[in-house]
Ligand binder design. Structure first.
Ligand SMILES: C[S@@+](CC[C@H](N)C(=O)[O-])C[C@H]1O[C@@H](n2cnc3c(N)ncnc32)[C@H](O)[C@@H]1O
Length: 211
């Protein structure tokens, strides 16, 4: 795999990514549309949900990624493995979350993960970060009550900002008393999580549910 040269970062605010992206017909992709659904936002090469989809065949998995070559490669691997509970979508989640949710059986949506989002360190670039008030608001209004939302980052400032943006919304509440969640709730680490652990660096995590 990895046939394509892939840019390390794309700026989601450029014209190219302002469109509302096309969503597939999920009934062509998932064997069981009623299965509990896990949405992974900013999935990159998608290895986390690739492993999860094999461990949990009774769940459906959707990964959203703005770098198209990664999406194409990930769907190719999915096809080679013959998985019918996993699909990767090329989209800018900040323009296309609503249309994505409208296309999915949202009553099945049980987990959302936002893991190690691009940090965009410079202050003038913070508006490129994935967790923005609009995204929080759409998730608050168009996801079911049972939703579990898990976020993690190796950059404390980014984790703090995500935590603040979600908790500013009246619909979201932490599931834990501690400031950060001690452990990942999923049995599979993301690629970025493995790289962070290998460097011996900390990860800042939190888990939310809906009021
Ligand atoms: C640092 S990577 C982390 C990948 C993976 N979640 C992990 O933990 O290993 C963040 C990913 O989010 C993607 N991304 C950034 N902004 C996005 C957006 N607006 N919509 C969809 N994907 C986005 C990036 O292209 C990148 O692949």
């Amino acid at each position: 795999m990895g046939r394509s040269r892939v840019r390390q970062h794309v700026n989601p605010l450029t014209d190219k990514y302002q469109q509302v992206f096309q969503m597939p017909d999920w009934s062509d992709l998932f064997a069981d549309l009623t299965a509990p659904l896990h949405l992974d936002i900013g999935c990159a090469r998608g290895r986390f949900i690739l492993e999860m989809a094999q461990r949990f065949p009774e769940r459906n998995f959707v990964g959203v990624e703005i770098r198209e070559p990664l999406v194409d490669d990930a769907n190719e691997i999915r096809d080679q493995l013959g998985l019918n509970n996993l699909h990767y979508v090329f989209a800018n989640i900040n323009t296309s979350l609503q249309v994505l949710l409208d296309s999915l059986p949202t009553e099945t949506l049980t987990w959302i993960t936002i893991q190690f989002p691009d940090p965009w360190f410079k202050k003038k670039h913070h508006k490129r970060r994935v967790v923005q008030p609009d995204l929080v608001d759409i998730l608050a209004k168009h996801t079911p009550q049972k939703l579990v939302l898990f976020c993690q980052s190796d950059v404390e400032e980014v984790a703090l900002e995500m935590r603040e943006k979600f908790l500013e919304h009246e619909k979201f509440i932490l599931t834990h008393d501690s400031f950060w969640l001690k452990e990942n709730i999923f049995p599979v680490p993301t690629e970025r999580e493995v790289a962070t652990a290998n460097k011996g660096e900390p990860v800042y995590r939190f888990l939310l549910h809906k009021k």
